[in-house]
Design a protein around this ligand. Sequence first.
Ligand code: AHR
Length: 492
Amino acid sequence: MKAKISINKNSVISKIDDRIFGSFIEQLGRAVYGGIYEPGHSTADDMGFRKDVMDMVKDLNVPIVRYPGGNFVSGYNWEDGTGDRSKRPRKLELAWGSIETNEVGIDEFQEWAKRVNSEVMMAVNLGTRGPDDARNLVEYCNSDTDTYYANMRRKNGFDKPFGIKVWCLGNEMDGNWQICSKTPQEYARTACETAKIMKWVDPSIELVACGSSGMHMPTWGEWERTVLREAYEHIDYISLHSYYGNKADNTPDFLAQSIDMDNFIKKSSEMCDEIKAEKGSDKTINFSFDEWNVWFHSNEQDSKMEKWQIAPPLLEDIYNLEDALVVGCLLITLLRNSDRVKIACLAQLVNVIAPIMTKTGGPAWAQTIFYPFLHCSRHGRGNALSVQCNCDTYDVGDRKNVPYIESIAVENENNELTVFAVNRSLDTECELELDIDGFEGYKVVRHTILTGDDVKMCNTLEEPNAVVPYEAEVSDKTVLPAKSWNMIILDK
Ligand code: AHR
């Protein structure tokens, strides 16, 4: 198979917001306990954070981490995770049916985020709680005043405010699985008033309102329009969430699911712009795609999990090569839509549907999906350039004309040109012609490939390096192997 990718230096989609490479840690399963935090571990630092995990997070160069949920946040009393640890309450955690010890809360998490060179994206509880606790939390985290919650933070040992800039107004409030879910009207009013007073406490913060939990939700559309009509002037972003999976074991279809993400973003943009026009507003609402990933492997195991355990192994998807290819296609889709998607969070970061896995008391290793994220985060910052890709297509089920090659180009601040590409074909390699305009004298200087003999190959504790990228020999001919993720760097 042959394909041609045409790139023009002037076809800039957008300057990519670095926060598109964000991720997510929820107080769920072993994400925190046994994941980022394990005081008894041989690599633990002075606060009990695993340094081996921190090093891998630093490798991924994650600029922002959403916390503490997720579904968890809708039943969370943030004060439980602050102050004297010996006095913190142990509670029933209703979202995941676990026991929360509260050994880690915002006091510790904001410190962990600093240690991995990241920022916290904090969610407030609009389930069991509401505006009052949200504004108190903003005061606790961000205020420099001589007032109750700012002083409570000082008393807990943090003189300087945490300075958390991005806040989520609840989580998936449209879903009946959510603790105290809401109708569109209920949420819109609460989100609007909460947003207003959170910004009165700290006008510099940015706010993300909940969009629907996915396009499949019965109130999708009505939810967005209601929230936007009510809260437009008080919010900055609306959230998008979407998970993908190969439940039917149909790999060609699975690999094409990134097209659904593209469609989701496009349709959501249309809705935002419709309300913008209706309001005659100058402000554009952009997206925080703050939950995206492949998630399905662990569903069955989780349905059998015994309730009320501390840090049970929940949502521990073991990812294979085809999952990494889908994650690659999803990253390409996010970059292609970087004019509207300003924040995105790979859900999640450690142990829970995550690129990084740990054995409690043992080592940490990279899942297959670690690598496309690593490559994009390291080499995909700068200007996203649109690409014209001429390639063969395939049909699968109702999907017609799925391109075998999915691609995007990024010109970074060092004027390097990076092309990310997935070859969706399971059996045919692709000889790629790169037609670049405006990049005089550029040639391929690096071609990194992630592929394998079998799309079901994965990395495990026993075999952590079964699927790892390799450097292809650079020549005049660029070949994308069958079922491969590719990073191609061009320079003078
Ligand atoms: O990321 C796992 C869960 O998925 C989150 O808690 C929730 O927001 C979503 O349904």
